[in-house]
Design a protein around this ligand. Structure first.
Ligand SMILES: Nc1ncnc2c1ncn2[C@@H]1O[C@H](COP(=O)(O)OP(=O)(O)OP(=O)(O)O)[C@@H](O)[C@H]1O
Ligand SMILES: [Mg+2]
Length: 681
């Protein structure tokens, strides 16, 4: 057995354990590849202070083969760095620093390259350019998993330099290198601007393209919401390009790098920090390696650990480190500075959500920064209420494609898996409306059946059966898997949404046409696993989430209450209107008065009596009527045409009705509709 022992390279390890990095199946592999590349592009652009413009292109190359390409207008990468970044695992600029960014580990993009090679044998292709008149560099490379090193395959192992100008353009054309050369013109007659710098990576991998939950499409849409400063051009495998244009020209402020706070450092890390330290004295090590440790705090720690402040750091062994670790926990050290986290901000949240989720009411709240285990973090929540349900947003052609793509076994399963926020109840209602049996397979529907399904999707009212649509984010990156294990989902389910006018059965997500996004920003997001899919439930984090959810919940409650009032008045007005014509006619028959004049006068009376229905809201959604309480900022209300609003209100059950039927208070409990009983801040 002794003879069989040998070293395992990191890349061999991850090649065998690919599920750890998000490559568990072909569909997720495609998503992870796109996600790693896009996250890198966004990080690179933001670090360089460039407003990001990103092109994503997926092409089908064979039955189960796709090419995924991502290009950015970032700073580009130096020639000699390119092979290491894309062909060596655990190589990157972000691991050794404590700073808020999407990437952390230096694994992401090289792991995608490794998966591509393993499944198709095709090399990863990179073009990168650092300035308009600079050469671009083109590499085709593979990772040699045995030694975890890049192997360059083109240009006799040196890659290819592409000069600026016509000569370069010709090389690009002759070699068939893909590269977007110009931005879209800003106005139709303006000349398109050339792209001066950026990076394009493309990979061919075994994959499966399928829309719906957990898809590339979903990831890109959610990315656009949380990053309103980004323009994204996305060409899907059917060749259709969708562009998410930036709704904000402002880059998020740059996040500063911080030293670790002593409370956040584990024993193992403390030992390795001591080993790596170049400081001579223990006191110098403590004050210079950590944030918030002054010489006097360092002395307190040393005293508690019964070690001298002048002790040589090199002499610290595991035993000493254990004492030191215990002493740190016992010493009172102030919280870390919090300027190292950059929230999205209420205004940007509203802009982002509004540009992608059509709704009637939006509210957002950004909490002040807080700290868990020595790590600063910040929570934000935004909510959108109303608007069309996802099933009503699609065209018949798209429905056909989705039915063809899906691997769901029944139409019911297809509906639930494909459309966000569509719960089983709503799916049943649609099925009932379409009169399709429950066991029909989605791939085998006849054209007639597709038609009836489409009609039912458009016409059946599924507002009640919808469950809240939850978008989770960590450092602006959407989290799409493991929602049940995530602190975000848990906290939403634990919040009492009935007091804000939504129906909810205890411990579940509430129902209604609501989309909610929750963002945690931190220098170190506590994920529950390596694949970075769910946030761990620390008390401090859940408390901040709860407070933010309550803030937007209260605003939603106000909106719904106000709307209910408008609806009541509007109902009265419709009843008046229905009879005014006849009354005017009768009056005119009796006393000969002009029918039109009487009608106008009656109408005026009706208008006065139902003035609420005309209530005007200013830009930020505050009622202009001063007697109305105002929302206190962080709100956006989309004006509806009065007739549209009336039609809408008349056709739709009121929130109270919806509540009454969908969430009859269980076991004799009182309905808490609109009671406000929040935790105090
Ligand atoms: N498009 C890009 N433009 C500029 N630099 C890039 C680009 N993509 C990657 N890099 C650089 O390459 C490094 C390695 O990227 P990689 O995705 O492998 O790891 P990471 O982003 O540091 O961490 P993670 O594994 O969490 O994604 C990054 O740290 C960054 O410095
Ligand atoms: Mg990365």
């Amino acid at each position: 057995m002794a003879k069989k022992q040998r070293e395992i390279s990191v890349s061999e390890f991850f090649a065998k354990n690919r599920h750890m990095l998000g490559f568990d199946n072909p569909r997720k592999a495609l998503l992870t590849t796109i996600k790693e590349a896009v996250d890198n592009s966004l990080d690179a652009c933001e670090e360089a202070g460039i407003l990001p413009e990103i092109w994503v292109h997926i092409q089908q190359m064979g039955e189960s083969r796709y090419q995924a390409a991502v290009q950015d207008n970032g700073p580009g990468i130096l020639k000699k760095q390119i092979p290491l970044i894309f062909g060596k695992l655990l190589y990157g600029s972000k691991f050794h620093r404590l700073r808020m960014s999407r990437g952390q580990q230096g694994i992401g993009i090289s792991a995608a390259g490794m998966y591509a090679i393993l499944t198709t044998g095709k090399p990863i292709k990179i073009v990168s350019k650092t300035g308009l008149r600079k050469d671009a560099h083109y590499y085709e490379l593979r990772i040699d998993t045995k030694v975890n090193k890049p192997e360059i395959l083109n240009g006799k192992g040196n890659g290819l330099d592409i000069p600026y100008g016509e000569r370069g353009d010709k090389i690009i054309q002759d070699e068939g290198i893909e590269w977007v050369t110009h931005f879209d013109p800003e106005t139709p007659d303006a000349a398109p601007k050339p792209i001066a710098h950026g990076t394009r990576v493309s990979l061919e991998l075994e994959a499966k393209y399928q829309r719906g939950k957990g898809s590339v499409d979903e990831y890109l849409e959610q990315t656009a919401i949380a990053n309103p400063h980004v323009t994204l051009h996305y060409t899907d495998p059917s060749g259709v390009t969708k562009t998410y244009r930036r709704s904000s020209e402002i880059l998020p402020p740059e996040a500063t790098e911080i030293k670790p706070h002593p409370y956040g450092v584990e024993l193992g890390r403390l030992v390795s920090m001591c080993k790596e330290s170049t400081e001579s004295s223990l006191s110098g090590f403590l004050t210079n390696s950590f944030s918030r440790v002054s010489p006097s705090i360092a002395k307190q720690i040393c005293d508690k650990a019964k070690l001298s402040t002048r002790m040589r750091v090199k002499r610290i062994d595991r035993d000493h480190a254990e004492h030191l670790y215990a002493a740190i926990q016992e010493t009172k050290i102030s919280n870390p500075t919090t300027d190292c986290i950059v929230p999205i901000g209420e205004e940007q949240l509203l802009k982002g959500l509004h540009s992608v989720v059509p709704a009637e009411f939006y509210a957002a709240a950004t909490r002040p920064p807080a700290v868990y285990r020595g790590n600063p973090f910040q929570i934000e929540v935004a909510l959108a209420y109303g608007g069309n349900v996802e099933t009503q947003k699609i065209t018949k052609d798209l429905l056909k494609e989705l039915l063809y793509e899906t691997d769901a076994r029944t139409v019911r399963q297809f509906l639930i898996l494909t459309f966000n926020g569509l719960g089983p109840d709503a799916a049943d209602k649609i099925l009932k409306g379409s009169k399709l049996g429950t066991r029909k397979s989605p791939n085998k529907l006849k054209p007639k059946e597709v038609d009836t399904l489409f009609e039912a999707m458009q016409s059946v009212n599924v507002n009640e059966g919808q469950s809240m649509n939850v978008y989770r984010y960590a450092n602006r990156v959407p989290l799409q898997f493991q929602h049940g294990d995530c602190a975000i989902t848990k906290t939403i389910a634990q919040t009492n949404w009935r007091s804000y006018g939504l129906s909810q059965s205890r411990g579940n997500l509430p129902s209604g046409p609501v989309t909610i996004m929750v963002h945690i920003a931190s220098v170190w997001v506590p994920f529950t696993n390596q694949a970075k899919e769910a946030v761990a439930s620390y008390d401090e984090i859940q408390k901040e989430m709860r407070l933010a959810l309550q803030t937007v919940g209260r605003k939603l409650g106000m909106f719904l209450r106000r709307r209910m009032k408008v609806k009541q008045q509007a109902d009265r007005r419709t009843i008046f209107r229905r009879y005014l014509g006849e009354v005017a006619q009768a009056v005119s028959d009796i006393n000969g008065a002009d029918k039109e004049v009487v009608y106008e006068q009656l109408l005026e009376v009706a208008r006065k009596k139902t003035a609420e229905a005309d209530m005007v809201l200013d830009e930020s959604g505050k009622a202009i009527d001063p007697s109305e309480a105002n929302y206190g900022g962080g709100v956006l209300i989309v004006d509806k045409d009065e007739d549209e609003l009336l039609a809408d209100l008349i056709n739709r059950p009121t929130e109270a009705e919806a509540n009454g039927s969908a969430a009859k208070p269980a076991d004799g409990e009182q309905s808490e509709l609109f009671d406000e009983e929040d935790e105090e801040d």
